[in-house]
Design a protein around this ligand. Structure first.
Ligand SMILES: Cc1cc2nc3c(=O)[nH]c(=O)nc-3n(C[C@H](O)[C@H](O)[C@H](O)COP(=O)(O)O)c2cc1C
Ligand SMILES: CC(C)CC(=O)C(=O)O
Length: 391
């Protein structure tokens, strides 16, 4: 995307505020507060909550310890926010993070998100635990790229079926999320006894899968409880280790990307297993409370494997400066998570679209005012070394 909203100050503001949705407050905290009004308490906390608060807070605090060091008097009149990810040029550094059970946020769930992603040409990573089947969501994306996120089930035939459906539907990569072999101790959800998938929410990909259905005595439409029970038996596989990746590698020709990598040695293991990329992420602080802030893990992973496989980043991206910091540290692209969930809650597809447009306008302005014309030219030279905690 070259100079996405032009150079005129008013055209840049207008690009980021297309339609200026009055139901969509500009500041992140206000946006989240508005979304909270739109959602049930349980749904709000399901999205907002973490496993405790420590890593979620650390994700944000750590961003503040990295500081951009702007350069002056460079030509920033023609700018390029594009990035090359898995060998393909994309117009912006943003991707839509996989968020499960979106029907608790908005009835049109992933279909609305896909329409917004298509409007701004931001590739979307669809969760396995989605409220619409992967084929339908792929259609709603139109010409925009989609990747499919796999929760690697405890049944190789089901894993192969999901991956091959994604490939047949036109998804361009498979993201295997490693950090969710079980759900963490999430007090907010436990307090409300809230596990939406146990009501069958977010299970469209399973319920439409021939291998999943073959494991049932009656179809989910006739016996939902039995279908949910079967799902909880196959959802994840605690015994899996690095050796098991070979079977997934053999199941598809699509690139494979591992999500939830924080340790440089795991990044090296991913490369050794023939993976095409990793996503540095602590799942938005929802899994190991007390884990390292994701941005603090990024440089170590980039230094270990960044010259050989792609390194993406999520967990804490809220504004343009965050995008720039992650790219400067070596990320090839960043995933946007909770911010678009709030846009979806407030105003469906239009809300998601505007959240993305604002983030792009802010990224463009922050890059330009840092003296950088092409995102590809961001480097660690644009960053001050992290300040010690508490500064
Ligand atoms: C409500 C919610 C649902 C999520 N569902 C999934 C999922 O199905 N698959 C997955 O890989 N990650 C999932 N994640 C993690 C996100 O992909 C991403 O790592 C996280 O949201 C990043 O943190 P941030 O949103 O605070 O920036 C989910 C996160 C949230 C908030
Ligand atoms: C269905 C869940 C495992 C979705 C998820 O990853 C999350 O809630 O963090």
């Amino acid at each position: 995307m070259t100079t996405p909203y032009g150079n005129h100050q008013l055209s840049i503001y207008a690009g980021g505020l297309k339609g200026r949705r009055p139901d969509l407050p500009l500041r992140y905290v206000d946006l989240e507060a508005r979304a909270r009004q739109m959602l049930s308490d349980e749904a709000y906390w399901y999205v907002a909550g973490g496993a405790g608060e420590s890593s979620m807070t650390a994700n944000r605090d750590a961003f503040d310890r990295y500081r951009l060091v702007p350069r002056m008097l460079t030509d920033i009149s023609v700018r390029d926010l594009g990035r090359t990810v898995l060998g393909k040029r994309q117009p912006t550094p943003l991707m839509i993070a996989p968020l499960g059970v979106q029907e608790i946020i908005h009835e049109r769930a992933e279909l609305a998100v896909a329409e917004a992603a298509a409007a701004v040409d931001v590739p979307m990573i669809l969760s396995t635990v989605s409220s619409f089947a992967l084929e339908e969501v792929r259609s709603a994306l139109g010409a925009t790229s989609g990747w499919y996120q796999l929760y690697w089930p405890n049944d190789d035939a089901l894993a192969t079926s999901l991956v091959q459906r994604a490939e047949a539907a036109g998804y361009e990569a498979i993201v295997i999320t490693l950090d969710t072999k079980m759900l963490a101790w999430r007090e907010r959800d436990l307090e409300g006894a809230y596990l939406p998938f146990l009501q069958g929410q977010g299970l469209a990909n399973y319920f439409s899968d021939p291998v999943f259905r073959a494991g049932l005595e009656q179809p989910p439409e006739a016996d939902m409880r039995a279908a949910v029970k079967h799902w909880s038996n196959v959802f994840a596989a605690p015994a899996r280790t690095w050796e098991d990746l070979a079977r997934l590698r053999a199941a598809t020709d699509l690139p494979l990307v591992l999500k939830g990598v924080l340790h440089p040695e795991d990044a090296l293991a991913a490369r050794a297993a023939g993976m095409d990329g990793v996503i540095v992420s602590n799942h938005g602080g929802r899994q190991v409370d007390g884990s390292i802030a994701a941005i603090d893990a990024l440089a170590g992973v980039v230094d270990a494997v960044g010259d050989q496989i792609d390194v993406l980043f999520d967990s804490g991206i809220r504004r343009g400066a965050d995008v720039l910091k992650a790219i400067a540290l070596g990320a090839d692209a960043v995933l946007v998570g909770r911010p678009y969930a709030w846009g979806l809650a407030c105003d469906g597809a239009a809300g998601v679209e505007e959240v993305l447009r604002r983030l792009l306008a802010d990224t463009d302005l922050s890059m330009a005012l840092s003296g950088v014309a092409r995102l590809d030219d961001m480097s660690r030279r644009s960053l001050q070394q992290p300040l010690p905690a508490g500064m």
